[in-house]
Ligand binder design. Structure first.
Ligand SMILES: [Zn+2]
Ligand SMILES: [Zn+2]
Length: 280
């Protein structure tokens, strides 16, 4: 028996009239049996604005799962913790490490978890914090991957990511993780930025869950810097998985989204935005 799950995008780079948008990602998950999970928090004010607009009460979340430590996913932790006094928080190790984006020709930019979010995390009962180095089921049928093995060399982290501000040590973003939901329709996969690579992530989820049928994939696919080789590789695997729904959000990138629309088609590819809902 699979779960019945509803995922609502709370924060995204795109939003229709009346919703707030920002560079960031957050999603709200509700199950038919009453579980509520927040996945990432976005960066700025869109989380609270859009939750209120959608009638989502963040205080009722049982869990907050972080996909990784980047500022655009962890920035609103203080606001969440102000509303929610009980949720347990899940992440991979190294969520809070210092990290930078260092594009050649521009000044290095700190893109780690903001100081205020680190302080907020330290201020709550540490019994509420769970750090996982391996796949973890929250309840039967709902799981997070933990760190994802990087099997495919073609799938790099997708950006000029470093652990220092002078380009010495690559940030492999080992804390990147995704969630999966085992539904009646098949696997529903929720991505944050997917710095671990989409093929690495989906194949890992198939192996860990023991399930093959993929109903849907939603979230940031981080193909924004992908070259044509990588896009073709991703496309070939998507065709093999043959999902019913693909929802590119956040850092997928406009060019990659258009490529998917052109090659897979708009019957399957539904570009995401704040307020977008997928049910399975
Ligand atoms: Zn990221
Ligand atoms: Zn991101």
């Amino acid at each position: 028996m699979g779960k019945t799950v509803k995922i609502t995008v709370l924060v995204d780079n795109e939003a229709p009239e009346g919703f707030a948008k920002e560079h960031g990602f957050s999603a709200w998950i509700e199950t038919a049996d009453g579980q509520r999970i927040l996945f990432d928090t976005g960066q700025l004010g869109a989380l609270l604005t859009n939750a209120e607009k959608l009638g989502i009460d963040l205080a009722t979340a049982d869990a907050l799962v972080f996909s990784h430590g980047h500022y655009d996913h962890t920035g609103q932790l203080p606001a969440f913790l102000e509303q929610n006094k009980t949720a347990h928080i899940y992440s991979c190790p190294q969520l809070e490490i210092e990290r930078y984006s260092c594009k050649i020709g521009t000044a290095p930019r700190f893109i780690g978890m903001p100081e205020a979010s680190i302080k907020a995390l330290e201020s709550i009962s540490q019994d509420r914090i769970h750090i996982t180095s391996s796949p973890l089921y929250l309840t039967p049928g709902i799981a997070m991957t933990g760190p994802v093995p990087r099997s495919e060399a073609i799938e790099d982290t997708g950006g000029p990511f470093f652990l220092d501000d002078h380009r010495d040590t690559d940030d492999l973003i080992t804390d990147d993780q995704s969630m999966w939901f085992e539904t009646e329709k098949g696997l529903l996969i929720l991505l944050g930025c997917c710095h671990a690579g989409l093929v690495n992530t989906v194949e890992y989820i198939k192996a860990m869950s023991g399930k093959d049928k993929i109903y849907g994939i939603i979230g940031g696919m981080h193909l924004v810097n992908a070259d044509q080789n990588r896009l073709d590789f991703t496309l070939a695997n998507m065709k093999r998985w043959n999902p019913d729904v693909l929802v590119p959000c956040h850092c997928t990138g406009q060019a990659a989204t258009e490529f998917l629309l052109k090659t897979i088609g708009d019957a399957t590819v539904k570009p995401g935005h704040a307020g977008f809902v997928i049910e399975a």
